[in-house]
Design a protein around this ligand. Structure first.
Ligand SMILES: [Zn+2]
Length: 274
């Protein structure tokens, strides 16, 4: 699942590669998928998008938003997006295919679930999207210590750090993937309770949220995810499915994995304290 760093990377790559490209053909919902979400009738996507030109892309949390004339295309976290040059073989199954005036294509496909929303600007009232657009990104200046302190203050004292960081869209785009290395870098266990944080701990956690996400973004996203060309990101995850059972980079203890709150957590039992 792409999260904040990968969405930022996809936005940059879209701007570099697709800005100025005119859509010659749009095909949505060609392969039926129960958990692919569209805005309105996907059969209307062709008339909404065809003949329009991509101008720019932005990320909002884990969402990628592409401006196409006076319409928007928004891709959610479970969508695989791949760009294909003219002549490259396209995948047989997909939930959205855009063909451009230079013969290249963009293909969106959903594995488990994901949104591929196209709509006239201003006509999409999805709460998840609106919240992601409104809250400050941890990579922006608006996400400062005072803001982070207010998030801590407003949330229940009983929350674990995993729940605090990765639920309720407190920090859009910060999900169960990136939180693992954020907590590793902070030296804190995902089950640690929020109310056990000292003022110094709060500072350490704030710094780790910002610096870890910035590093992931600067390196082209995590190595567990793929970019617009299908290449894995250049950021080597310290804690992920790739490193479970491997020695911790700091102390050599094998990395642990266990289920927690509807997803796996990874941690070093020696480096990350409750
Ligand atoms: Zn360790």
């Amino acid at each position: 699942m792409i999260e904040l760093p990968e969405a930022a990377v996809l936005a940059r790559q879209t701007n570099d590669t697709l800005a100025g490209r005119k859509i010659e053909n749009a095909l949505a919902a060609q392969s039926p998928h129960k958990w692919a979400w569209y805005c309105g009738d996907p059969q209307q996507y062709a008339s909404l998008l065809t003949g329009r030109t991509i101008t720019e892309a932005h990320s909002h949390g884990g969402l990628l938003e592409i401006t196409v004339g006076n319409a928007k295309l928004v891709f959610g976290e479970g969508v695989n997006l791949r760009y294909f040059n003219k002549g490259q073989k396209l995948p047989a199954r997909h939930q959205l295919l855009l063909e451009f005036d230079d013969g290249s294509s963009l293909v969106g496909s959903v594995q488990m679930y994901g949104g591929l929303w196209a709509f006239p600007e201003g006509e999409f009232d999805n709460k998840y999207y609106l919240v992601a657009k409104t809250k400050p990104s941890p990579l922006s200046a608006g996400f400062d210590q005072a803001y982070f302190a207010s998030l801590l203050e407003e949330s229940s004292a009983k929350l674990s750090l995993k729940a605090f960081l990765a639920t309720e869209q407190r920090m859009p785009g910060l999900g169960n993937g990136v939180l693992q290395d954020i907590l590793f870098n902070a030296g804190m266990h995902p089950r640690k309770k929020k109310d056990s944080l000292s003022p110094e701990d709060q500072q350490v956690l704030f710094d780790s949220v910002r610096s870890t996400l910035a590093e992931m973004t600067a390196r082209g996203g995590r190595d567990t995810e793929h970019d617009l060309w299908g290449r894995p990101g250049g950021y080597r995850t310290r804690l992920s499915k790739n490193t479970v059972g491997q020695p911790c980079l700091s102390c050599g203890t094998p990395i642990s994995k266990e289920p927690y709150m509807g997803g796996s957590i990874y941690y070093c039992v020696n480096c990350q304290r409750m």
